[in-house]
Design a protein. Structure first.
Length: 403
């Protein structure tokens, strides 16, 4: 059986071709093009997130009106699921285009593995069958969620492109207690707990890991649509003290496996049931430039007993904060607004009302902007789009914390 489709000489030739392509690139033009793409994607994401937020909010209001036992409950659930899938597409778009500082957090790869190719699945069927086998007790890893999403999607795309006609893709996750002597050769992995993400296909064998390793030494990784994007995955895995292995066999296909160190054991926090929304009587100022978002959040909060005020931008919010005679217990502050955004409005709002709690609502801003407001004293960040029940729980948590 021929184990590798390409010889080492072929791989070296491809590597040299890629490096020559890198040298011909104009860095200034390339950077300018990427900035333009990122700006366009960000603007699109802002609009789509607002639309999805309005859909989710109105579905929740309809469910309250009609009751859980209504004949329309299944249809409402379907609308809700479709809206949330649309939100996932937006996040994937941003993951590829928004370049911000790395944000390390506990990430469970099952979430990413489940959504890999989820949107494309219906389009690919029945030509390509996709199966997922995930460990329900999978350990977390400490990584940047966007980078891991990028890495996983690159592996999935590589698998799709390897299948020329009909085929299958298998996505697996599992825990692994690794003994150093059984670690992949040349990986440098030490003994310990790892999480393994595996993407298997029965397509045409792709380049071997020799190519992936070689590309690590180049100045730039290939685009994600190219099979040479394995080099980017390899580099990313190494950045997290992990490793990528690529096994290709004629007639068998490809198996790409990413090893990532697991987080230390710690007790998992209790997961709050977000189904039933808690009530309240406080006054909440809603600040958003989208009329549909203002309407749906106001309606949802009024149903829960809250008093509401509303503003379409930061300037309007500051004016209300200055002139309203009663207490304003909490502000929901959107980040991206035309007249004055959340970053600019926040300091003045806190100057006028220092005891007022603030929840930042964002769908496209960089993590650095959100983190800056948290460091300045904001109480929480909510990522759009969100269900009204999630918003209600977060409002109640912030108000009850007394911070």
């Amino acid at each position: 059986m021929e184990n590798l489709v390409k010889t080492d000489a072929d791989l070296r030739e491809e590597l040299e071709t890629l490096r020559a392509w890198v040298k011909e690139l104009n860095p200034a033009e390339d950077a300018s093009r990427l900035r333009a793409i990122a700006a366009t994607a960000g603007a699109m994401a802002h609009d789509i997130n607002n639309l999805v937020g309005a859909i989710l909010g109105n579905v929740a209001l309809l469910r309250t009106e009609l009751g859980k036992d209504s004949n329309t409950a299944a249809m409402l659930e379907s609308i809700e699921e479709a809206a949330e899938k649309a939100a996932e597409v937006v996040q994937r778009l941003l993951a590829f285009t928004q370049q911000g500082p790395q944000r390390l957090e506990r990430v469970n790869l099952n979430t990413i593995a489940y959504h890999m190719l989820l949107v494309e699945e219906q389009e690919l069927a029945p030509r390509i069958r996709i199966s997922r086998y995930v460990d329900p007790d999978l350990w977390d890893v400490n990584a940047d969620y966007k980078q891991l999403t990028q890495m996983a999607i690159s592996l999935a795309r590589n698998a799709v492109e390897a299948i020329q006609n009909e085929g299958r893709i298998i996505i697996r996750t599992r825990n692994l207690e690794l003994d150093e002597q059984f670690a992949p050769e040349g990986s440098g992995l030490t003994s310990g707990r790892y999480v393994l993400l595996s993407v298997e296909d029965n397509g045409v064998p792709t380049a071997s890991e020799t190519l992936a390793k070689g590309l690590e030494q180049g100045e730039r990784a290939a685009p994600a649509q190219d099979p040479l994007a394995l080099a980017a995955v390899f580099a990313m895995a190494k950045e997290y003290q992990g490793y990528l292995t690529v096994k290709s066999e004629q007639g068998q296909g490809n198996v790409c496996q990413v090893y990532l160190p697991a987080c230390r054991r710690e007790e998992k926090p209790l997961v709050l049931d977000r189904g039933e929304a808690p009530v309240g009587t406080e006054t909440v100022l809603i600040v958003d430039d989208n009329q549909a978002i203002l309407d749906v959040i106001e309606a949802a909060l009024k149903r829960l007993g809250y008093r509401t005020l509303r503003a379409k931008d930061g300037l309007g919010a500051i004016e209300i904060a200055r002139t309203y005679e009663g207490d304003i217990h909490l502000t929901l502050l959107d980040m991206a607004m035309p007249a004055m955004g959340g970053v600019e409005a926040y300091p003045e709002l806190k100057r006028v009302r220092p005891d007022m709690a603030v929840i930042v609502c964002t769908g496209i801003e960089t993590e650095a902007a959100s983190d800056a407001l948290l460091e300045a004293g904001a109480n929480a960040v909510l990522h759009k789009p969100f269900r009204p029940s999630v918003l209600a729980h977060e409002i109640r948590r912030v108000l009850d914390s007394g911070v």
